[in-house]
Design a protein around this ligand. Structure first.
Ligand SMILES: Cc1ncc(COP(=O)(O)O)c(C=O)c1O
Length: 434
């Protein structure tokens, strides 16, 4: 049932689809398992995108599927205002595994809405203040407030909320806005952040909202010291700190949360994507000292979707066993070392970075000018797909120059070797075109 399609149906389906991304490959995915995908022609792909970085424990993990099948027999939808066993079990679980006193959870189904929930809760706790401070290459979603708080085009029609957002440069060390080098820079970008908060003292800053590792805006990781400095600044200034862990949570960086990796406790932690092993779920985890929502302020029809909640319980069990987190860290060392060797060989590789399986490779036309090699990065993705490896790329609509290697943590050693050899083949080809 619903697993066959004619060429006419493909044409009509594609014609009717109002795309919000910008450019999609000419394939139809029909099956997924672990780190692999298959298309309607039977071609196999190794998935270095974990399907929008959501399948940390791999596609169709048997424990997730079993939990969901059992729940299917009981109830598929229970409204927000009623308790269910999966809701109470998973809420308690998240409060247990989240760092420190991040103990209260509010759910929804999409990351953008979760980021917006964090903004709303922060506003409630700083009603006298006006601004959110975000980073230039940050990304928090695609609804109106989060588009305004993201790297997306400042002239965009949808930057509606922009007048309440201030963007500052982040610790993007290979392209430092202050033309300095880490560590001799003494974290000038952190100092700039504090000066910006000081400057806006009258109107007031509600929160600094940031991703601990920036995904969509360029797969940018920061020195751990920068993270700790931002926390100190927020404490000094009485400004809330929101960490958008939608991409970094649930094992992606080799820990359950990036907050553990960088030893920083945010006031609000935003989660989504991988939390439910491939089922939709997102939300915020909030520190005990913050005021919560009042009646009706942040409740959504499907937010407590029982199938997602049982999937999440199973997915967390798999991660808590620990093997995958260790594997993630081990693979990071292997892949980064290999890519650094390639960097010696290929001029086009400007930078290699990232913790866990959140790896970014920045392509440049020239190492001195650092001109972004956007066309070449898109070509690497296209050539990879031809060869059965699906690489990620930063920024939607083909606008980025950073290739992302972010496969499920269950990727096998052989699959990793295949990914690295296809990557080199593609890089060698695009360098030759240049
Ligand atoms: C860091 C971050 N925040 C928010 C979002 C938005 O999540 P969603 O697409 O589920 O709305 C994303 C999605 O890519 C993300 O990476």
């Amino acid at each position: 049932m619903f697993d066959k399609i004619t060429s006419d149906e493909i044409l009509l389906g594609r014609k009717a689809l109002l795309d919000g991304w910008g450019g999609r490959p000419n394939i139809i995915i029909t099956r997924a398992k672990g780190a692999k995908l298959w298309d309607s022609e039977g071609k196999e792909y190794i998935d270095c995108t974990s399907q929008a970085f959501s399948l940390n424990i791999g596609a169709n993990h048997p424990r997730v599927i079993e939990a969901v099948k059992k729940q299917l027999e009981k109830a598929t939808h229970i409204a927000y205002q009623l308790d269910s066993v999966p809701l109470l079990l998973f809420t308690r679980k998240l409060a247990q595994i989240a760092p420190a006193d991040l103990n209260r959870v509010n759910f929804c189904l999409e990351g953008s809405l979760a980021s917006e929930s964090a903004m709303k809760l922060a506003m409630k706790n700083r009603p006298e203040c006006r601004y959110f401070i975000v980073f230039e290459h940050g990304y928090h979603g695609r609804n109106l407030p989060t588009m305004a708080a993201s790297w997306t085009d400042p002239e965009s029609l949808f930057s509606y909320f922009k007048e309440n957002v201030i963007q500052v440069p982040e610790a993007y060390c290979c392209r430092c806005k202050f033309n300095l080098s880490y560590p001799s820079c003494n974290l000038e970008c952190a100092r700039f952040l504090e000066e910006t908060i000081d400057k806006e003292k009258d109107a007031g800053v509600i929160a600094v909202m940031m991703e601990p590792v920036q995904g969509n805006g360029g797969q940018i990781s920061f020195p751990p010291e920068f993270h700790r400095e931002v926390r100190k600044i927020c404490d000094r200034q009485g400004v809330l700190l929101i960490w958008d862990e939608i991409q970094t949570g649930f094992g992606r960086v080799g820990k359950m949360f990036a907050a553990e990796l960088y030893r920083v406790v945010p006031d609000i932690l935003v989660f989504g994507k991988a939390v439910a092993g491939g089922f939709p779920l997102a939300g915020i985890i909030v520190r005990d000292n913050l005021k919560g929502f009042d009646a009706g302020e942040n409740a959504f029809t499907f937010a407590h979707f029982p199938l997602s909640l049982v999937a999440a319980l199973a997915a967390i069990d798999v991660l808590e066993e620990g093997e995958l987190l260790e594997r993630c860290n081990r693979l990071n060392q292997h892949i980064i070392a290999h890519l650094r060797d390639l960097q010696e060989k290929y001029e086009i590789i400007g930078d290699v970075r990232g913790p866990g399986l959140a790896i970014g490779i920045e392509l440049v036309k020239d190492r001195d000018s650092k001109e972004p090699a956007v066309k070449e990065a898109n070509e690497v993705v296209r050539l990879g797909l031809e060869r059965g490896v699906m690489f990620g790329i930063s920024k939607y609509g083909g606008l980025g120059n950073v290739i992302k290697i972010k496969p499920p943590l269950v990727i096998s050693d052989e699959e990793v070797e295949r990914v690295l050899s296809v990557f080199e083949e593609c890089i060698a080809k695009v360098q030759r075109y240049g």
